[in-house]
Ligand binder design. Structure first.
Ligand SMILES: Nc1ncnc2c1ncn2[C@@H]1O[C@H](COP(=O)(O)OP(=O)(O)OP(=O)(O)O)[C@@H](O)[C@H]1O
Ligand SMILES: [Zn+2]
Length: 729
């Protein structure tokens, strides 16, 4: 009898009878009947007895002949996700595997034919082929000179290659073998750079422990060359015959990084895994990893679930990045799961960042992780940029560019260097406002304002995508005097163009990069030097290495200082430090100009001093005093529905169910149901209930008892889901 995980919202496995002649192990994919149809699932257990009476047990329709079955460590990871995130097991499995695994077709590696010269051809030489068989001769010559040919190479020699090759095979002059289609064969164009002294110290510390689990927090200032350290370690691991898994945030998975990883290790094969890959390609890459053909897996958060039989190292770059946490369905943290995988497989884990998450930093302080630091930039001439804080209090409201920033931009233009002006808000202005009656442009479906987009003259909701034309008159009072309030990147672009009419300016935000490959083309333009000034949102802040960029201007960052979310200041500090870190990464020194109305704020002071530690220690102290993570552990029960009352009523019932749990509730705080920070989105109301405990164990003990009861509550017209270790509220 096999117990199978199916992609349905049920918390249990489904039992099926193993037919005569069917050989089944946990990890196999099977086709099974479900109601009147058949569906594909994964066998998690094989057992001798079922609670379902023998007669009602339905047989497995088919065992799919996959090239790789899910290994025990992945099955254990999936079970962990089911338990820890309290998510239905079948849906955990469906989330973790590429979509291709849901089809009732065996997973097979695509093979490619490769042709080799036979001993006979080698001994007789090309004379064995009659001279008038021009194409066959050409193929034979090439077979002898390069040792082998694949189809693509043969086609390049002649479009009529197939017929000629068939003749060579027939005559016993060539032979054909198949091999798995590899994603790329790395050429040896690039090399690993020799490490600096500091990088070497870090790398050799990690090298001493490559044979066992240990989590290293690689805390290196911006531009310190963390990537190079990862690559050296990955090279060691691959050369020792093992596989490496490297996770990066979505936006950082660039063709350049892919190429860098691919070319610095000639002979190693690299596959990428991310949600943007076509389904067939993603399945092939996954299978190459699972069968051990790929040496390096470079991917976004979903890659953490990839089976890797020879795993030797896990790297998480920019480990603080919020994109490692999935924000829907199975709300897993790929960073946390990466650490767990390293632990279960007894291999080292390297978490790298210039601005570690406070969770990881606290883990390092507590001795659970070991922190290694890079304090200097990798380029011999490069230093950290000078940070100047410009007080905007005396400036007119709405003034975007201060005199010092304008002067600094002018200098860069004169010297032919690049500048970046950062404003983390896209659109022209966050809201349109009537000076007559005070009307503002609100979204009908969300508790949010419609953002004014000047380039195409639309009002647009950044939460649900709703949009309308800009009204000529106020819809409430008919007044024609409608004013944009506040500023976004489009307005900043206008201000820069007005001040510097000649500049070659590029705006980078999710509006301008929506088209596929747009960002790639832009990055190319930036590298080439055909851009003077970059304007953009946090898309520009992360990980980029533009060598001619020497000035970063930061405009209007103050709002986040006073946000209600307790993580807002951590996020702001990380963003500012990252964006400041884009300046002066190569030969020329960098400068950062930060415009603020709160020049003495400790967060900005720490930024100016490049002191992550000062910021982090103060922030952790506050978190401890206020009782916030990482000193407590949280789970959020989220609901949405057409009526706010229905959501709150469900949450009220859930809170009541919690109060009835005497034993399991000990030490656990259950807060009151409240509307979410954005209470209405896409026409649905959102409300939530926060649960908090002093330890993970206490929280899990409570959730184990509580979550099954939630399923019994009447949840009419309310959807609910649980978010363990929530990042957003
Ligand atoms: N050992 C080295 N010798 C010379 N140059 C190096 C060396 N290591 C790294 N570099 C160069 O230093 C620059 C910064 O490296 P990298 O982008 O890896 O930094 P980083 O630590 O990831 O920074 P950030 O956190 O800001 O993304 C790159 O241009 C890289 O090529
Ligand atoms: Zn909306």
């Amino acid at each position: 009898m096999a117990r199978v995980a199916l992609d349905v919202p049920s918390d249990t496995l489904f039992d099926y009878r193993i037919g005569p002649g069917q050989r089944i192990s946990p990890g196999d994919r099977v086709r099974v009947p479900l109601g009147r149809r058949t569906t594909v699932g994964v066998v998690l257990e094989v057992a001798s007895e079922s609670e379902v009476p023998e007669g009602r047990l339905r047989p497995i329709t088919e065992v799919l002949a996959d090239e790789a079955r899910l290994p025990p460590d992945i099955l254990a990871l999936l079970r962990f996700c089911h338990r820890y995130y309290h998510h239905p097991i079948g849906q955990v499995v469906a989330t973790a595997l590429p979509a291709g695994t849901r089809r009732a077709r065996p997973l097979r590696l695509q093979h490619r034919r490769r042709y080799f010269p036979t001993a006979r051809l080698a001994s007789t030489g090309v004379e064995a082929v009659p001279a008038r068989q021009v194409v066959a001769r050409r193929l034979a010559l090439r077979l002898l000179s390069s040792g082998s040919l694949d189809e693509a190479e043969a086609r390049r020699l002649s479009p009529r290659w197939a017929q000629a090759m068939a003749r060579l095979l027939e005559q016993g002059l060539a032979e054909c073998r198949t091999e798995p289609r590899r994603p790329r064969s790395a050429s040896a164009t690039a090399r690993l750079l020799p490490l600096t002294e500091e990088q070497e110290a870090v790398a050799s510390a990690i090298r001493t422990g490559l044979d066992r689990y240990h989590t290293w927090l690689l805390h290196g200032v911006t531009g310190s060359g963390k990537t190079e350290v990862y690559l050296h370690l990955i090279a060691d691991v691959v050369n020792a015959g093992r596989q490496a898994l490297m996770l990066v945030p979505e936006i950082n998975l660039t063709p350049q990084l892919e190429e860098r990883v691919g070319t610095c290790l000639p002979g190693a094969s690299v596959v990428t895994l991310h949600s943007g890959l076509p389904e067939a390609e993603r399945t092939q890459h996954w299978l190459l990893a699972a069968t051990g053909h790929a040496d390096i897996v470079l991917g976004t958060r979903l890659a953490v679930f990839t089976p890797l039989p020879r795993l030797g190292l896990v790297v998480v770059d920019e480990e603080h990045d919020p994109s490692f946490k999935q924000q829907e369905g199975l709300r897993y943290s790929a960073r946390d799961l990466a650490v767990l995988r390293g632990h279960d497989r007894n291999v080292p884990v390297v978490l790298g960042s210039a601005t570690p998450s406070l969770e990881s930093y606290a883990n390092a302080l507590a001795g659970r992780y070991q922190r290694l630091t890079l304090t200097r930039r990798a380029h011999a001439e490069a230093t950290l940029p000078q940070v100047r804080i410009v007080n905007m209090r005396s400036c007119a409201a709405g003034e975007l560019l201060s005199a010092p920033l304008k002067a600094a931009l002018r200098e860069r233009l004169a010297r032919g260097e690049q500048s970046l002006v950062y404003l983390n808000r896209r659109g022209y202005a966050p809201v349109l406002f009537c000076s007559g009656c005070g009307w503002t442009s609100g979204c009908r479906r969300c508790a949010a304002k419609l953002v004014l987009h000047a380039t195409d003259q639309r009002l647009r909701c950044h939460h649900c995508g709703a949009e309308t034309a800009i009204p000529a008159r106020c819809p409430a009072c008919g007044n024609a005097d409608l004013l944009p309030l506040g500023h976004g990147t489009q307005r900043l672009e206008d201000a820069l163009r007005a001040e510097f009419p000649q500049i070659r300016l590029l705006r980078v935000d999710s509006d301008t990069t929506r088209r596929r490959h747009a960002w790639q083309a832009m990055r190319h333009a930036i590298r080439e030097g055909s851009i003077d000034v970059l304007v953009g949102t946090q898309m520009l802040a992360k990980g980029h290495d533009f060598s001619r960029l020497t000035l970063v201007g930061i405009v209007d960052p103050d709002a986040a200082l006073f946000a209600a979310d307790f993580r807002a200041s951590e996020r702001l500090f990380a963003q500012l430090m990252q964006v400041a870190g884009r300046a002066g990464r190569a030969q020329r020194p960098g400068e950062v100009i930060l415009q603020t109305r709160f020049p003495d704020h400790p967060l900005y002071r720490a930024l100016a001093a490049h002191s992550y530690d000062a910021f982090a220690q103060a922030a952790l102290r506050e978190r401890r005093e206020a009782g916030f993570p990482p000193y407590v552990h949280q789970a959020l029960l989220r609901t949405d529905g057409l009526r706010l009352e229905a959501c709150l009523a469900f949450l009220g019932a859930a809170a009541h169910a919690a109060s009835e749990l005497k034993q399991a509730r000990r030490g656990v705080t259950v807060f009151d149901p409240v509307p979410a920070a954005l209470p209405r989105r896409k026409g649905l109301f959102h409300a939530q209930l926060l649960v908090q405990a002093p330890s993970r164990e206490a929280l899990q003990r409570f959730l184990d008892a509580w979550v099954p009861r939630l399923g019994l509550l009447s949840a009419r017209r309310v959807r609910w889901s649980l978010d363990v270790d929530p990042l957003e509220f």
